[in-house]
Design a binder for this molecule. Structure first.
Ligand SMILES: *Cc1c(COP(=O)(O)O)cnc(C)c1O
Length: 394
């Protein structure tokens, strides 16, 4: 029996240019983002400017993590204690955590069969809850119909925060993910699309939101030292009203990120080539369901999801076990016990008034997930696909 032997958690090395730039920062001793010489832009400043250009947005703030960006995004948007925030029931724990951290209350919206947020449930809950904020996770890189999402936001006056932790580099109808909403947040945690261990971006086109976000991030009164930022006037009142929740990016991590950002589009193509190989293998089995990706979706497949719709919990556990024995590590979103990165909504027990979401439970009960690190070759992906299909079909 064929066996796979590589690690599912091994990312590629940091590009040599990033290592050299990081060493340069360490030699200089100027690791703090505001520790610059006269007329010097720090690595963090340059990173923000480069990401603003990449996204085609005016304002970018680099900060300490994706979850931190989500938290200050809500604060900067004016979320108050007790406010309701619509969000996906199928997302990762930092999302409801960030909502909780701003004192707000998540209103969980169902997942649909295509693994995106359920747009009918969204529409219903937007109408019923009276929520004015919507934190949309493009969970595992799946972009919902953004045309319809924007129509719903318009109809109910929703302030949209896009969680782009899995869609850095992705597009909908040719337009970058993260440029639809009022604010977008990204993560540079090791398993996302660019890797500095930890890190986050917050982007927006609203000057007042960015001014507050910069103050929140711990800029002291050094806001004039931000370049992908609104002019000084935007800070006039805001600087007195906005608490400092320290969570800055530093020059060492920015130095590591800049060459990766320059390579991002190439990396996205490499992910997708691997995805298409796995997808073709899964489509060869009658027992595996893998939703076709919409024409308008320019996705970035740093992971792959598929369902075993006719399998019981015991059968799925058996598939996980037998794949694992052959070196293929799958995650399951239907497990009763939260493991690894797969906690299900009902394990976030701090949420008051937890809803019953039978549809979400049904979809998640047969949903499997696999990371696609770029240390896997296309041949590796063919082998993994073969192993999974063999295990599922036998
Ligand atoms: C990783 C992730 C985040 C938050 O990122 P961190 O940088 O780990 O705080 C938010 N949402 C989703 C869907 C994620 O996967």
């Amino acid at each position: 029996m064929k066996q796979f032997t590589k690690s599912f958690t091994q990312q590629e090395s940091i590009p040599e240019a990033g290592i050299e730039a990081a060493v340069e920062v360490m030699r200089s001793g100027r690791l703090h983002r505001y520790n610059t010489l006269p007329d010097e832009k720090s690595e963090t400043d340059l990173l923000e400017l480069e990401f603003a250009e990449y996204q085609g947005v005016p304002y970018v703030l680099a900060c300490s993590s994706g979850g931190y960006a989500l938290h200050i995004a809500m604060r900067a948007a004016g979320v108050k204690a007790g406010d309701k925030v619509l969000c996906n029931a199928f997302t990762l724990a930092p999302v409801p955590g960030a909502i909780h951290n701003s004192g707000a209350v998540p209103v969980l919206v169902d997942v649909a069969e295509d693994y995106c947020i359920d747009l009918d449930d969204l529409e219903r809950k937007a109408a019923e809850s009276g929520a004015k904020y919507f934190m949309l996770s493009h969970m595992r890189g799946h972009l919902a119909d953004m045309d319809r999402i924007m129509a719903i936001c318009e109809r109910y006056g929703l302030f949209l925060i896009e969680d782009c932790a899995h869609t850095m580099g992705a597009t909908w109808n040719g337009r970058k993910s993260g440029t639809f909403g009022d604010v977008a947040c990204f993560s540079m945690q090791t398993y996302k699309h660019i890797n500095s261990g930890e890190g986050g971006f917050l982007t927006t086109r609203h000057p007042n939101v960015m001014a507050r976000a910069i103050m929140h991030s711990g800029s002291y009164m050094l806001f004039e030292r931000h370049f992908a930022a609104p002019p000084t006037e935007a800070f006039e009142q805001i600087r007195y009203e906005t608490p400092n929740y320290s969570g800055r990016m530093d020059n060492l991590r920015a130095a590591i990120l800049r060459p990766q950002l320059a390579d991002l589009d190439t990396q996205c193509e490499r992910w997708n080539a691997r995805y298409r190989i796995l997808e073709a293998a899964f489509n060869s089995s009658d027992k595996i369901r893998i939703p076709a990706r919409p024409e308008k979706e320019g996705f970035v497949a740093s992971s792959i999801q598929f369902s075993l719709p006719n399998f019981s919990a015991e059968q799925i556990q058996d598939v996980l076990k037998r794949c694992g024995e052959r070196g293929v590590i799958l995650k399951w979103f239907g497990d009763d016990v939260p493991r690894d990165y797969t906690s299900r909504y009902d394990s976030w027990r701090y949420i008051e008034e937890m809803p019953q979401l039978p549809k979400t439970e049904k979809v998640l009960s047969t949903l499997l997930d696999m990371r696609i690190p770029l240390t896997f070759t296309e041949e590796d992906c063919a082998l993994i696909g073969e192993i999974i299909v063999e295990v599922v079909d036998s």
